[in-house]
Design a protein around this ligand. Structure first.
Ligand SMILES: C[S@@+](CC[C@H](N)C(=O)[O-])C[C@H]1O[C@@H](n2cnc3c(N)ncnc32)[C@H](O)[C@@H]1O
Length: 274
């Protein structure tokens, strides 16, 4: 595994890929709507950075249709294999999945749109990456990113102690480990600094609370991914989280209090290259 692959803090295993699928079931409708607002349309050529198991690639491929195309890159071979299989099953033949490190990837021809979700969160130098995105676009091409901001904390009412523990841990972990807990709120400035015109940015979050919501397991699996490193940073002790029972306890706490459980805020941001 390369240094960049080893550095991805959520890991590269089957649990992580299942976590991405749970996350997608909550967030894909928001991302699809963002793509349409940003002007993705039939016939265009799209680059998906850090495609994982292909969630954004599949959405983009449907929008651009057979006359358009998608190049999707990730550093995780197993995720790319799943993404390829999904594209084949869904008969989306207009996607090329490639193993590339986005820090060094230098595409040989320009794109109409470059998209990414939860990738700047994991990128050591997001401004450098956005400058490379600017360079990879045709003139008038559009960059579209969907990123968390863990420093914006909508209240739960009635309050949920386990949710409070989780939101504190995500905020502190991403800030201490990567300096990126507030990446969503920084997108506007980063886009401008990378050479784009003023971006359009909007923050959104769903409020969950039904017993069958995928949210509880998604939160628990996300916590599980960061727990060893969060412990190493002194942010929490594993016994305090009790990760194997976390999803069930969060569900029980939320449903029994009839509380609205806000998902983390996600900022959608897009701008054109002038
Ligand atoms: C949080 S996941 C998001 C996946 C996908 N965009 C989604 O929303 O479902 C981040 C992805 O970025 C990939 N990644 C992280 N660092 C990378 C790098 N330097 N080059 C390429 N891919 C990278 C990881 O392997 C992972 O699949």
């Amino acid at each position: 595994m390369t240094e960049a692959a080893a550095g991805y803090v959520m890991g590269h295993d089957d649990r992580e890929r299942r976590r991405l699928a749970l996350q997608a079931s909550i967030q894909n409708p928001f991302t699809q709507e963002l793509f349409l607002r940003a002007g993705l349309a039939t016939g265009i050529r799209v680059l998906d950075l850090g495609c994982g198991v292909g969630e954004l690639s599949l959405i983009a491929a449907r929008i651009v249709g057979p006359q358009g195309s998608v190049v999707a890159v990730d550093i995780d071979d197993a995720a790319l294999e799943i993404a390829r299989r999904r594209a084949t099953e869904q008969q989306l033949l207009n996607i090329e999945f490639r193993r590339e490190d986005i820090q060094t990837y230098n595409p040989d021809s320009p794109f109409d749109a470059v998209v990414g979700r939860h990738i700047l969160l994991h990128t050591p130098d997001p401004l450098r990456l956005l400058r490379a995105v600017h360079a990879a676009l045709k003139s008038d091409g559009v960059a579209v990113f969907h990123e968390f901001d863990f420093t914006v904390l909508p209240a739960d009412d009635p309050e949920l102690p386990l949710r409070s523990l989780a939101k504190r841990l995500f905020r502190d972990f991403f800030q201490r480990a990567l300096g990126s807990a507030d990446i969503g709120g920084r997108l506007f400035h980063l886009f401008c600094a990378a050479g784009f015109g003023h971006p359009q940015c909007r923050g959104e979050f769903s409020i969950e609370g039904a017993p069958d919501s995928p949210f509880y397991e998604w939160v628990a699996e996300s916590l599980r991914s960061i727990l060893p490193r969060a412990e190493g940073l002194g942010l929490v002790e594993a016994a305090e989280v009790d990760i194997d029972t976390f999803a069930d306890r969060l569900r029980q706490e939320t449903v029994s209090r009839r509380s609205g459980l806000p998902a983390p805020v996600i900022i959608g941001c897009f701008a054109r290259k002038w």
